[in-house]
Design a protein around this ligand. Structure first.
Ligand SMILES: Nc1ncnc2c1ncn2[C@@H]1O[C@H](COP(=O)(O)OP(=O)(O)OP(=O)(O)O)[C@@H](O)[C@H]1O
Ligand SMILES: [Mg+2]
Length: 416
């Protein structure tokens, strides 16, 4: 059990490229921390610096409050699972899992090795495969063997670098659940790098969002989703992405390509004195006006729009509305698209409507927007001007409480 503390960590590679530009992060004992961000933002570099595979250019790395910058990887007592889990093909599953324990000869007695391998195999449901070779296993089974090899040691922390990215969607889902349960049972501090939205949102106690070697925000998944600090975090977290529209404050309303939105007091205040802002609305905060409860309808805004096409997905459907882009914000939106690894942000609003809605493409439709959920962003810096930091902190504190309860329950199950 360990805390891991990053103090202004910097990584400059030999060619002069600065991949990590001063990142500070406190990871609590037993915490499950997720690192997310677009390709090339420095996630793997950071993980490799923590585990000791990459030198630290500047700053300090502490494990349990002690500086470990100069410590060799094997002395840091951290266990890492890589994306391409290299298993030894000539060894059985049993021997693959036992491998790290046999490395330091004599220190772990034989029957202790056996006990730990079987315990890991139990947790990972590998008991019937212990005598098989990795080559004959399925992708998910191999991934579990790699996981077994990581947890068999009494490591102070687990570091995962996109461990599930080689698996198909269904297996990923299963493995995700297993990792979540395993981490709760073991209560071991974990840092997990992923591209996958679902993994980030479901596994993490907290999620750290990175952009070009810089930390943008670290918070519980709900705080990130509901109270993002800026345009980048708002656009990166959530799928489909939050919609961003140019807006001008005019006579107590926000004039947008969709019409004049009767914004709330605090939203108008945020936009006050600016010629133009960007507003952000998530797809699910739109609805077919017909399907909105009478009591709720007055809390939002009903408007008419030309829906260009719809996509029906069974449990919901997406309705698309194109609009005329505003050149005043195209610079910011283009650079946002680049940061997000997207080709370009198309001037199109995505709405998520109930599956029963009869709205179809090529018609004018009456839609409803939940104005309460609207965010206002600065059109130059991208800062979220409507962020409620107090509410955000409350969401993260709530998540920590829930998590503590879940860990307690999982560990009671283990000891029972
Ligand atoms: N050995 C190296 N020498 C120079 N630059 C490097 C080296 N390794 C990585 N980089 C650069 O550092 C940046 C961060 O790389 P890193 O592998 O940490 O990104 P990442 O966030 O893990 O991306 P991905 O999601 O694609 O795995 C990239 O721009 C990469 O080109
Ligand atoms: Mg990487």
């Amino acid at each position: 059990m360990s805390t891991i503390t990053l103090k202004n960590l910097v990584k400059r590679y030999d060619d002069g490229f600065e991949a990590v530009k001063g990142i500070s992060l406190d990871i609590a004992d037993g915490e499950f921390m997720i690192l997310v961000g677009p390709s090339g933002c420095g996630k793997s570099t950071l993980l490799r610096m923590i585990v000791g595979l990459e030198d630290i250019t500047d700053g300090e790395l502490q494990i349990d409050g002690k500086r470990v910058n100069e410590m060799a990887p094997r002395d840091r007592n951290l266990s890492m699972v890589f994306q391409n889990y290299a298993l030894y093909p000539h060894l059985t599953v049993y021997e693959n899992i036992a491998f790290p324990l046999r490395l330091n000869k004599n220190s772990v007695p034989k029957d202790e090795i056996d006990r730990r391998v079987r315990q890991a195999a139990d947790m990972l449901d590998l008991n019937e495969h212990l005598q098989r070779k990795p080559g004959n296993l399925s992708g998910g089974q191999r991934q579990r063997v790699a996981m077994g090899r990581a947890i068999v040691r009494d490591a102070d922390a687990f570091l995962f670098d996109e461990p599930l990215s080689n698996l198909d969607a269904k297996l990923r889902g299963q493995m995700r659940t297993q990792i979540a349960q395993l981490q709760r049972k073991l209560g071991t501090t974990s840092i997990y790098v992923t591209h996958d939205q679902t993994e980030a949102m479901t596994l993490g106690d907290r999620v750290a969002v990175l952009k070009r070697g810089l930390l943008q925000q670290v918070a519980s998944p709900r705080e990130l989703y509901e109270q993002p600090v800026n345009l980048f975090v708002a656009g990166f977290i959530g799928s489909p992405s939050m919609n961003f529209l140019p807006a001008h404050p005019v006579d107590g309303k926000l004039r947008t390509p969709l019409g004049d939105i009767p914004a709330l007091e605090h939203q108008l205040k945020a936009a006050e004195g600016r010629d133009i802002v960007l507003i952000g609305v998530r797809p699910e905060h739109f609805e077919d006006n017909k399907l909105v409860d009478e009591g709720v309808r007055s809390k939002g805004w009903t408007f008419k729009a030309d829906v260009s096409h719809t996509e029906w997905l069974g449990n919901e459907q997406y309705g698309y509305i194109s609009y005329e882009p505003d050149p005043k914000v195209s610079g910011l939106l283009n650079s946002l698209a680049q940061d997000l690894d997207a080709d370009e942000l198309v001037p199109m609003v995505v709405t998520s409507l109930e599956a029963t809605s009869r709205i179809r493409g090529g018609q004018q439709a009456e839609l409803w927007m939940d104005v309460r959920k609207l965010h206002v962003f600065d059109a130059e810096s991208g800062e979220n001007l409507t962020r409620d930091a107090e509410e955000g902190a409350r969401l993260t504190a709530e998540a920590a409480e829930e998590r503590a309860f879940e860990i307690k329950r999982a560990q009671q199950e283990v000891s029972a």
